[in-house]
Design a protein around this ligand. Structure first.
Ligand SMILES: Nc1ncnc2c1ncn2[C@@H]1O[C@H](COP(=O)(O)OP(=O)(O)OP(=O)(O)O)[C@@H](O)[C@H]1O
Ligand SMILES: [Mg+2]
Length: 516
């Protein structure tokens, strides 16, 4: 492990408390940890553990579940309740997955299954210690006008600096967004799986990245996988890797996403799209914390934190028999619900500013000015496609911009094809640049076409057609196609993958991308 406590960076050895009622096991754990250079104290019961905890602070507490005078869970609950900084690791009997899940839900950092494998034991303790040390308190941003919120709120976030940066990327200071951010900061440090839920375009991937960024794994890889974009017959190899010659065309050993995400975070996007057969295999990998590459006889331990995301109602998917209940419980230990834009309209100005700055920077352009009138019109726009739709609108506006002040073609932006599926909006379809002033519709308009029965499917179809056309017209050069559409390479890759568009050079974006 890279995080040995004896490294020069550590000013004092980390302090560990081990709680187990079996004297032999206690000795074994103590010796193992002492050999790693930790300072170790040991207790055989809940009450003894409390004596140690009252007398001092520890970096990590490792506890057995069943103790003579109570449950290990009591210790976790109390450490949480007292807001102590110790990271807790529980040791659960083999096969009692519910206990592990319960402990993680209660705030345990991680769990180990008995009989404890000493190598894993050392690794888990090292990562708990590292997590504890990486946490520094970042003072809350001074709330400029906290009016209406009853003054200062007690959600001081205890995150690393890289975490603060990751959280800053999530623009929005509305109550629902603050809740999301404080939840991210709170859960990031643990190992418990996180499920990010929210409508399309709400920022689920940004949330997942923030969880990674706020964790002690932030230096490790963040591997994002779109579960819906991988052909079913390739899933196992993509997830777990494959040995040379194990299937047609494999001329060398290949790592899967799990191996690529080692010591980092594996982001399983659109987890609701994973076929049932693969769900079982994924569950097994999560439970065993090890994977077997296709064609290999050996299981490899992988230390990976799982964050998944879905826009589907997974509970309903479970009821419909399309999603395994046990996997759902495993992935859903911690849930973060990302609010739709309509639930946080007050974030619109800040979002516009941030998105415009990013778009201008990506394109090497000056940041255009957004007038109040335009902002007002945007605020009246439904924006059911959430931040993604807003981003697309602004992208288009910047691309067509020819002055200091930005103009937005709200109708046109939503309707690249002649059909306009918008209902209420009373704006006349303007030409490219329209004055930002609220323009009453003076001319008679043709009757609007019928509303689409499935807006998302309709939008996806429009997007697909545009992407395919741009790709064709640019000879399938994705960089060129992206530039024409005013987006970054990463964005177009994401969209290509999301919509399952295949490109002739084979890199159709269905492979994972490891960044950072
Ligand atoms: N709070 C936010 N602040 C700044 N940008 C945001 C925010 N939320 C979303 N975005 C931007 O909007 C776009 C969509 O976000 P993201 O891909 O994370 O959404 P998603 O929920 O995963 O969408 P989908 O369900 O379509 O996959 C991205 O370009 C992202 O950077
Ligand atoms: Mg997404």
């Amino acid at each position: 492990m890279s995080s040995l406590p004896s490294s020069a960076a550590a000013p004092r050895p980390a302090q560990i408390l081990v709680i187990d009622d079996e004297p032999d096991l206690r000795t074994l754990y103590e010796l193992t940890l002492l050999r790693e250079g930790y300072r170790v104290e040991a207790a055989g019961s809940v009450s003894e553990a409390w004596q140690h905890l009252e007398a001092g602070r520890f970096d990590a507490v490792i506890t057995d579940m069943r103790l003579p005078d109570g449950e290990g869970m009591e210790i976790i609950h109390r450490i949480q309740k007292d807001q102590r900084s110790e990271r807790c690791v529980v040791m659960t009997a083999y096969g009692s997955a519910e206990n592990a899940v319960e402990a993680l839900k209660a705030g345990a950092f991680d769990y180990l299954t008995k009989p404890v494998d000493l190598k894993q034991f050392r690794a888990v303790v090292a990562s708990a210690v590292q997590a504890n040390r990486a946490a520094v308190v970042v003072p809350q941003k001074p709330a400029p006008q906290a009016a209406g919120h009853g003054g200062e709120r007690p959600d001081v976030l205890s995150v690393t600096r890289s975490g603060a940066t990751a959280l800053d990327r999530l623009v929005g200071d509305s109550d629902p967004m603050r809740l999301v951010k404080s939840r991210i900061a709170k859960v990031a440090r643990g190992m418990a799986p996180v499920l990010v839920r929210g409508e399309s375009g709400t920022g689920k991937e940004l949330v997942a990245r923030a969880v990674h960024g706020c964790s002690q794994r932030s230096e490790g890889p963040f591997v994002a996988v779109n579960c819906g974009a991988i052909p079913e017959n390739l899933l196992e190899a993509e997830f777990f890797g494959a040995k040379k010659g194990s299937y047609t065309g494999s001329s060398q050993d290949r790592d899967g996403y799990f191996q690529a995400a080692r010591d980092g975070t594996l982001f399983l996007d659109e987890i609701g799209d994973l076929p049932l057969a693969m769900q079982s295999k994924l569950l097994r990998a999560i439970q065993e914390r090890s994977v077997r590459a296709i064609g290999s006889t050996q299981e490899d331990a992988v230390d990976v934190r799982i964050v998944s995301a879905t826009h589907k109602d997974l509970h309903a998917e479970v009821l419909a028999g399309r999603f395994r209940q046990d996997l759902f419980y495993r992935l859903n230990v911690i849930e973060i619900a990302v609010p739709a834009l309509r639930e946080r309209r007050e974030d619109l100005p800040a979002l516009c500013t941030a998105l415009l700055a990013r778009i201008a920077q990506d394109g090497g352009l000056p940041v255009p000015r957004l007038s109040d009138a335009l902002l007002q019109r945007l605020a009246q726009h439904p924006l059911d496609g959430n931040v993604r739709e807003l981003e697309n609108l602004l992208h288009r506006a910047v691309a067509l911009n020819d002055g200091d002040e930005l103009h937005i073609d709200l109708m046109g932006a939503m309707t690249p094809m002649p059909a306009a599926p918008r209902g209420e909006s009373a704006e006349a379809p303007p030409a490219v640049a329209v004055a930002a002033a609220p323009a009453p519709a003076a001319e008679p308009k043709p009757a609007p076409p019928p509303l689409p029965s499935d807006l998302q499917a309709w939008l996806d179809q429009q997007e697909r057609e545009i992407l395919v056309r741009a790709l064709h017209e640019s000879g399938f050069n994705r960089t060129a196609a992206a530039a024409r559409l005013g987006m970054s390479l990463r964005q177009i890759r994401y969209r290509i993958a999301r919509l399952g568009i295949s490109t002739p050079n084979g890199d159709d974006g269905t492979t994972a991308h490891a960044d950072d």
